[in-house]
Design a protein around this ligand. Sequence first.
Ligand code: NAD
Length: 495
Amino acid sequence: MLQIQHLIDGRAVESGSGRTGPVFNPATGEQTGQVDLASAAEVDSVVASSRAAFAEWKNVSIARRTKLLYAFRNLVVDNADEIARRLTAEHGKVADDARGEVARGIENIEFACGFAQTLEGRYSELASTGVDVYTVRQPVGVCAGITPFNFPAMVPLWMLPNAVACGNTFILKPSERNPSAPRFVVELAQEAGFPPGVINLVNGDKEAVDRLLEHPDVGAVSFVGSTPIARYVYSTGTANGKRIQALGGAKNHMIVLPDADLGLAADAAVSAAYGSAGERCMAVSVVVAVGDIADPLVEAIRVRMEKLVIGPGDDPASEMGPLITAEHRDRVAGYIESGSTDGADVVVDGRAQAFDGGGFFLGVSLLDRVTTDMSVYRDEVFGPVLSVVRSDSYAEAVKLIDDNPYGNGAAIFTRDGGAARQFQGDVEAGMVGINVPIPVPVGYHSFGGWNDSFFGDTTMYGPEGMRFYTRPKVVTSRWPDPSTSSVDLGFPRND
Ligand code: NAD
C-alpha cells in the first residue's frame, strides 16, 4: 500500500504524528494508500523550513525565478500523463477530465512565467522638487495553500506558481482524500531546481489547517473548499492577522431563454452538470428554463443522458467516473430521494443504474419542476444531479440567482445580444458565461465568486493572485541639490 509522506526541504519526511488517513481508488472502492496526517508540531517544523528559505528566496533575481518557473512548466508538460493517471487513480475522474485539469494548471504556470511584467512597479518623477516617488511590490513571506479533493493538481497550481514567482515561499496542504497527484507536482517543482524549503508540502487534516491559520510566521493563506470551511478559514486566519483568500462552494445556475439554440444549451447542460460526476465548483446544478423552451429542453437533456457512458476513469470509453467516497455518493443519492418526496418530477433517477464491483458509482439524475424551497435546490449537491426550475420570465430567472446565497458562476443561453449584456450587468456572480456553461477564467484573468462563494477581497490567480501574494511598498526619495553634490555635475557650486 502506498505511504504518502510530507515533502520538506526537498526530501520525503516520514510523519511522527502516528495519524494517517485512508486513500481509496473510487472506481473499485479499494484502499490503495494511506497518507500521513501532520501534527501541529510537524506543521511548525515545515513553517520553520519555509521561513528560513524565504530569507534567501526573496532576494533571488527575476531572471533566476523566471528560469525555474519555465523549467517547472516543462516538467509538468512532460509528465502530464502521469499526473493525470494519479488523478484518475485517487479522484476517479475520466482521462479527458484529468488531462483537462492538468492543462488548466499549466496555464497558471505559464502566466507566472511572465510575472516580471505583472509585477512592474510605478514611478512618479518630480513629485516635488528633487523628489521622486515609486511603488514596488514585495513578497508577503511564508504563504500556505489549502486545497480541495475535486481538483487535486489544478487548484494547487492556481496558487503555487504565482506565490513563488512573487518571491514568497509556499506550503501546500492538499486534500487528504487524494494526495498523490499534488505530491508529484511538488516533486516536479523540486526537480526543476527550486531551492529546498521554497516549496514544501505537508499532508494533514483540521489539525494541520488550524496550526497554519494560527502560526505567527505564516503571512497569507489561500483556501479552496466548501463554504463552511472557507468561512472558518477566513474568520480564523484574519483574526490572527493573516491575509486570506477563501473560495467556497457553489450553486451555479444556467438560464436558458426561449430563443436559445436548443441543441447547444442541452449539450452544455449535460457536460456542465455531469462532467467530473458533478464534483466541480463550476458545475451547473440548476437549469432555469424560461417560458416554452422548458419541455423541449428537458427532453433534449434526457435523450443525451441516455448516451452517457459511466465507468472507471481509466477505461477510455468512460465519460463519467465514480464519486469520491461511498458516503458522498449516498449523500448525493439522498437528494434525489428528498427532491422526489418534496414534489419534483424525477425524469431520470441515477439510483436505478446498477454498477458492478465496489466502486462509488451513481448514475446521472434529472429533476424537473424543482422549486426553491426544496433541499435539492438550496444545498450544494456536488454530484451528478441536475435540477430544472421553470420560470415565466427573464426577470424572475435572474432574481432566482440573485436570491441564492452562493455566487460563483452563472450562465445564460440566448441568441439575443441585448439580453446577454443585460444579464452580465444584473447577475450576482463573480464569473459569468454567455453561451458558455462553465466560465472558468483563463490563467491571465482571475478566479473567484461572490457572496457565500468567496471570503476575502483579492481573488485567485492571474493579476489578482499577484496582488494577493505581494505587499506594496512606496518609496519617497530626495537627493541633495545637484549643486551640493561631491561629484562635479556641471552646476555652479553654492559653497
Ligand atoms: P472541504 O472544505 O471539505 O476541504 C477543503 C480543505 O479543507 C481540505 O484540504 C481539507 O483537509 C480542509 N478541511 C476540511 N475540513 C476542515 C475543518 N473542519 N477544518 C479545517 N480544515 C478542514 O472541501 P472538499 O470536499 O475537499 O471540496 C469540495 C468543495 O470545494 C465543494 O464545496 C466545492 O464547491 C468547493 N470548491 C470550490 C472551488 C472554488 O473555486 N470556489 C473550487 C473547487 C472546489
